[in-house]
Design a protein around this ligand. Structure first.
Ligand code: ZN
Length: 163
């Protein structure tokens, strides 16, 4: 199966903690995360530290904000009229949207809170400014299919998921 290089689909189990040791996210026991290495599917500081690893390898990766979800920038959450969103959409804190900025570039926005009339959105990822502490176990490495390379993401653990 080889080691992790660009163009491989990598399956990992992970636990993500913050500086305080709180668990922020973790893979499900029966369902490792699949990502396409070299395609920006995961934060750059983690991808860099998984490069060259093989199945069975475990590592602890500490990723600073600049190589994680970025530093906190800008004026903070801004209100957008609830009417700007489809009425039937169930908007919840933590959801993200992609809009186009003034120059037509895609720009992600995260929902911070929702009131009856307003949705407060922030261009900062909820984990911006956090140093990320990952515990990683590499549980699978395989070649990406041509379709996966074209799409820039894996199609499930075995490459056969459709979407
Ligand atoms: Zn796809």
């Amino acid at each position: 199966m080889g080691s992790v290089v660009d163009g491989k689909v990598v399956l990992i189990h992970y636990t993500l903690r913050n500086d305080g040791g709180d668990i922020l996210d973790a893979s499900e026991v029966d369902s490792p995360l699949a990502y396409l290495h070299g395609a920006d599917n995961i934060v750059p500081g983690l991808e860099k530290q998984i490069a060259g690893k093989s199945v069975g390898d475990k590592l602890t990766a500490v990723v600073p904000p600049a190589e994680g979800y970025g530093e906190v920038q800008g004026p903070g959450p801004q209100p957008v009229s609830r009417k700007s969103f489809p009425a039937e959409l169930d908007i919840q804190p933590g959801m993200s949207f992609v809009i186009e900025d003034d120059e037509g570039h895609p720009m992600p926005l995260w929902v911070q809170r929702v009131t009856e009339t307003e949705v407060w959105v922030d261009p900062n990822h909820p984990l911006a400014g956090e140093t990320l502490h990952f515990e990683i176990e590499v549980v699978g490495v395989r070649d990406a299919t041509a379709e996966e390379r074209e799409h820039g993401h894996p199609h499930g653990p075995d490459g056969h998921d459709h979407h």
